[in-house]
Design a binder for this molecule. Structure first.
Ligand code: SAM
Length: 277
């Protein structure tokens, strides 16, 4: 993950081809063949919520940076007609402590946000944020693999749903199910906006042996998990969940690690997917 203390953005490029690996990087990846045993994998799956909740207990609101890039990357979020009858309804899934939603609420008076996370601590942090306004947002605890989201967000009522660095935390076998659950809330023609970790991201190449769960899927020291998407896998999940691709791309972002004085190649996938009318 990207801690807010050590990273500084330099520049980014959109690409449709996978990042090329150096020989050293390739041989490190090829040598990491052994996956964690099934018993331990099942435990991580069963304790996913607990591990994320402990993450927020340790890091409180201090880990992720506010995401001020979102309107630049997804122009649909900037729609400001000022007409309150035509409020834009957004559903942010896996909201964490609100680094995505609060900059948007501040910038766009026309927005109403539903936001959920399965970490009770994260939800509490959102509710106690200085910009939290119960007239402009509804925040609730929800595991998108266990709870039907339409218990809190009306079916086909949402213009835009977002999954920002959330799908990667979910077991690859359950990603389609997660997207289908979220998609129920989208209006026909509504859009799902997604940004997540991409194949051969710097963080993927840093995992040492003993952290691999499956191809492209790893566990961090704290028990939270991360999947690194190829564009093919990314698009296939959305298609299987019944959404149509509007766009999808790799984002290659060169980031300076101030602490170590090195240039860090971050790779993300980013896409817009539409619910058919
Ligand atoms: C990397 S954080 C991203 C947080 C936020 N979207 C942001 O951009 O700052 C991933 C978030 O997904 C949440 N999450 C993971 N699996 C989830 C699930 N099954 N249901 C709901 N939230 C989940 C975690 O609790 C965590 O807050």
């Amino acid at each position: 993950m990207e801690s807010k203390n050590i990273m500084k953005e330099a520049h980014q490029v959109a690409e449709t081809v996978t990042r090329e690996l150096s020989e050293e990087e390739l041989s490190k990846l090829l040598a990491d063949t052994d996956c964690i045993v099934e018993f331990k994998q099942n435990k991580l799956e069963a304790e996913a919520q607990k591990n994320w909740d402990l993450f927020y207990k340790r890091n409180t609101t201090k880990f992720f940076k506010d995401r001020h890039w979102t309107k630049r990357e997804f122009e649909e979020l900037a729609c400001t007609t000022g007409n309150l009858k035509d409020r834009l309804i957004l559903f942010e899934v896996g909201c964490g402590v609100g680094n995505f939603m609060f900059p948007l609420l501040e910038d766009n008076p026309n927005l109403y946000i539903y936001a959920c996370d399965f970490s009770p601590r994260a939800v509490e942090f959102v509710k106690s944020h200085s910009l939290f306004d119960a007239h402009r947002c509804t925040v609730f605890e929800c595991d998108i693999l266990k709870n039907d989201v339409t218990c809190n967000v009306q079916r086909e009522s949402v213009d835009i749903a977002t999954l920002i660095f959330v799908l990667s935390a979910i077991h690859p076998d359950k990603m389609v199910e997660a997207v289908q659950n979220v998609s129920k809330t989208l209006k026909p023609g509504g859009q799902l906006l997604v940004r997540d970790y991409g194949l051969y991201d710097h963080a993927m190449l840093r995992f040492s042996k003993g952290h691999k769960l499956a191809e492209c899927f790893y566990v961090r020291q704290d028990g939270t998990r991360a999947y690194y998407f190829s564009l093919e896998k990314f698009d296939a999940i959305m298609e299987e969940a019944g959404l149509q691709k509007t766009s999808s791309t790799y984002i290659q972002r060169s980031t300076i690690n101030k602490k170590e004085g090195i240039d860090v190649p971050r790779i993300f996938v980013q896409g817009k997917f539409t619910k058919p009318s």
